[in-house]
Ligand binder design. Structure first.
Ligand SMILES: Nc1nc2c(ncn2[C@@H]2O[C@H](COP(=O)(O)OP(=O)(O)OP(=O)(O)O)[C@@H](O)[C@H]2O)c(=O)[nH]1
Length: 170
């Protein structure tokens, strides 16, 4: 059974979200889904609608693109298991908002071990390709890698998804 902190990493369409939902819904509901995505265009709106339509009853959706710490604190007060999908878009939003990434990440890392309900966090592994040709992308890739390492260090369980299959890293 999933307890404590679980981190699920993987590439696009690797099955991360499905695995995360399975782990969370194996616990007694209702469950909190913290979505960090923002629908900036029709394609994303459509993708989000599909996710919402596909989610089983019993999920309470919280859309929070930036203040993840606040959303997790509120969810913790309800003592419901939580899924955060995903860290990568949250990081993108933090960078685009001009916030200090290290400070925001540090707040998250400080909060997580003190949460009383199980939390599953999803992140895209963006570091496996060639070195991006622009500075912002390189910076983003470095922030993502460091954030994943910091969360993995305090996580109870870490999975890497490939082709829908989990590899247990921790
Ligand atoms: N705003 C909002 N975003 C949502 C909602 N449900 C899902 N999402 C977003 O949809 C994204 C995940 O969808 P995909 O892009 O299909 O996932 P993926 O990472 O490509 O694929 P997998 O590895 O299979 O999970 C996450 O970033 C979520 O934040 C919702 O109700 N509202």
């Amino acid at each position: 059974m999933t307890t404590g902190i679980t981190l699920i990493l993987g590439g696009a369409r690797s099955g991360k979200s499905r695995m995360a939902e399975q782990l969370v819904t194996a616990l007694p509901g209702p469950w909190v889904y913290i979505a960090t995505a923002q629908a900036f265009d029709a394609e994303m709106q459509d993708r989000i609608r599909q996710h919402q339509g596909g989610r089983a009853e019993g999920w309470v959706t919280v859309e929070e693109p930036l203040d993840l710490v606040a959303a997790l604190t509120r969810a913790n007060a309800t003592a419901r298991p939580v899924l955060v999908d995903c860290l990568t878009l949250w990081l993108t939003n933090v960078m685009l908002a001009g916030r200090e990434v290290e400070a925001e990440a540090a707040k998250l890392i400080d909060l997580l071990p003190g949460l009383t309900m199980p939390v599953v966090l999803v992140g895209n592994e963006v570091g496996l390709g060639i070195v991006p040709d622009n500075r912002l992308s390189r910076l983003f890739r470095d922030h993502a890698g460091r954030l994943h390492q910091d969360i993995a260090r305090i996580a109870d369980k870490v999975l890497f998804m490939a082709a829908g299959l989990p590899m247990q890293l921790k």
